[in-house]
Design a protein around this ligand. Structure first.
Ligand SMILES: *Cc1c(COP(=O)(O)O)cnc(C)c1O
Length: 493
């Protein structure tokens, strides 16, 4: 499969796209075509997660021979996950939660990042790259840890992570700053996720810098969802969820479903959109935002405007105003016209907003969109616990709230999957507050103990183990220093 840039005439193989992450012209890589899939029950009924993964990914990564891809998949989805199902679909009342947090770091980022390093390693072999790969990662809290965990002590790789020092949960922060591994570097920044992502993207497209570090033996890559190695493995679980609905007898063959996704960088919902393009029977994609509701305005009005307040919310992994992956959707919506995309992105950079041409607004109708503020999010966590007997994290609560708004607005009774993106214990202070209506009075570990007793749920062992880990990464830097920090780390010997 070939991939092309959303902004120009660059075309590359999947292995090149995996390594480069972002296209040299600043665009994102998209496949030149989307393989079509027919899900017939007889054939798919007995496929496990790995078999389905292979089926979904084989056309996207056909530069690898099939055994290589199979091996990567086998190594990715194994007992690192705490359930054999990998991504269980949990029915509570009339709600279907697709639990995507059973991997090592307790958020959905593990779903793709468990596979990504294996793909990257094979791509490096195939492209005969001898240079050391430097994974530059901006994180809103969850990607950072998931990427650190899979790349720690991998030979020929360094990983550098930037997180908003005041914009993540304490558990998220602890997970990152206690990261072990000789090749891991973690920096808090005085700024938000957008600042980190912008700085990192600028460095990717800085030709001079890339040439300079190439001479020192380094090549940059990305573990953010701008990388196809992050994005495409996220398609698998939407197919998997559909098959599970079929197997549970909740839908019949060819029945349509809806999918709700709590959205920040537009990666996870784009994967659902791609699943739909591949033929998955999806009626509505429901885009759930928190108070940073720039996508809500865009999907309703066609104008994307970042000239607004940035809010720090209790769903921090969605505290984002500049959603990178929207560019891939726009490319699709605007008839794959890279000139239009270049103009829109230029407007965004220079004016702080863009407006999608009137005649290309049709595909916005694929989406329903709404948002939930913090009070509604707290309410929903409590509601789900009291009414469904189910403990959810704040991001999932945003999705649940928006789904309820959808039900109210439309009365649509189509079976609907809610992407459940993180373990509630990653955001224990907020969850504790929602359930008890009391201010958190102690540290996260004590609160976890209490929440566990109150709700009769178990604390994930990763959280328990965190308590005794040493802090290894103390640095907090200004966003203007990101370039220099990277440059210093990559000094020649
Ligand atoms: C990253 C993340 C999101 C947002 O996903 P995007 O792909 O950035 O839209 C939602 N919830 C959680 C828990 C996350 O970690």
């Amino acid at each position: 499969m070939e991939y092309k840039s959303t902004r120009g005439n660059i075309k590359v193989t999947s292995t090149k796209a995996l390594i480069e992450g972002l296209s040299a012209d600043g665009g994102l890589f998209v496949p030149i075509e989307f393989p079509k899939v027919e899900l017939n029950l007889k054939e798919f009924m007995n496929k496990n997660y790995n078999e389905l993964a292979f089926f979904v990914l084989k056309n996207y990564f056909n530069d690898f021979d099939e055994n290589t891809l199979l091996n990567c998949i086998t190594k990715a989805y194994d007992d690192k996950f705490d359930t054999k199902e990998i991504a269980p679909l949990v029915k509570k009342d009339n709600f279907y939660f697709l639990e995507l947090f059973h991997g090592k770091t307790l958020a959905f980022k593990d779903m793709a990042l468990s596979l990504f390093p294996h793909l990257l390693k094979e791509a490096k072999l195939k492209e005969n790259i001898k240079k050391e790969i430097v994974i530059l990662t901006a994180t809103s809290g969850d990607t950072g840890k998931a990427a650190l965990e899979v790349f720690k002590d991998i030979e020929g790789v360094k990983i550098i992570v930037f997180y908003p020092s005041k914009g993540v949960s304490n558990i998220q922060k602890l997970q990152m700053i206690t990261q072990e591994g000789e090749n891991t570097y973690v920096f808090g920044i005085n700024g938000n996720f957008d600042d980190a992502q912008r700085a990192v993207k600028e460095i990717f497209s800085d030709v001079q810098f890339n040439e300079k570090i190439a001479k020192r033996g380094y090549v940059l890559s990305s573990a953010n969802s701008i990388n196809i190695g992050r994005l495409f493995p996220q398609i698998i679980y939407y197919f998997y969820a559909y098959i599970n609905l079929l197997k549970m007898g909740e839908i019949s063959e060819d029945e349509y479903i809806n999918i709700v996704v709590p959205t920040g960088n537009f990666g996870n919902i784009l994967a659902a959109y791609y699943a739909k393009k591949m033929g998955l029977k999806v009626k509505k994609l429901i885009c759930a935002s928190n108070k940073n509701n720039v996508l809500y305005d865009f999907l309703r009005e066609g104008v994307y405007d970042v000239r607004r307040n940035f809010y720090t919310t209790i769903s921090p992994s969605m505290d984002i105003l500049v959603s990178s992956n929207l560019e891939r959707f726009l490319y699709d919506a605007c008839g794959e016209d890279e000139k239009i995309i270049r103009n829109l992105m230029k407007d965004l950079k220079e004016l702080g907003y863009f407006s999608i041409p009137e005649n290309y607004r049709d595909s916005l109708k694929d989406f329903y969109t709404n948002f939930a503020d913090d009070d509604e999010t707290y309410f929903e966590i409590r509601w789900a616990f009291l009414n469904l007997g189910y403990l959810i994290d704040p991001h999932t609560a945003v999705a649940l709230n928006v789904y309820k708004k959808y039900l109210k607005d439309t009365g649509d009774d189509t079976k609907t999957i809610i992407a459940s993106t993180a373990s509630p214990y990653k955001f224990v202070s907020s969850v504790y507050k929602a359930i008890t209506l009391k201010e958190p009075y102690a540290d996260e570990f004590e609160l976890s103990e209490e929440l566990s007793k109150l709700t009769n749920t178990s604390i994930p062992k990763q959280i328990v183990e965190l308590k005794n880990k040493r802090i290894l990464h103390n640095d907090v830097i200004d966003k203007e220093e990101i370039y220099n920090v990277i440059n210093d780390l990559l000094k020649g010997d």
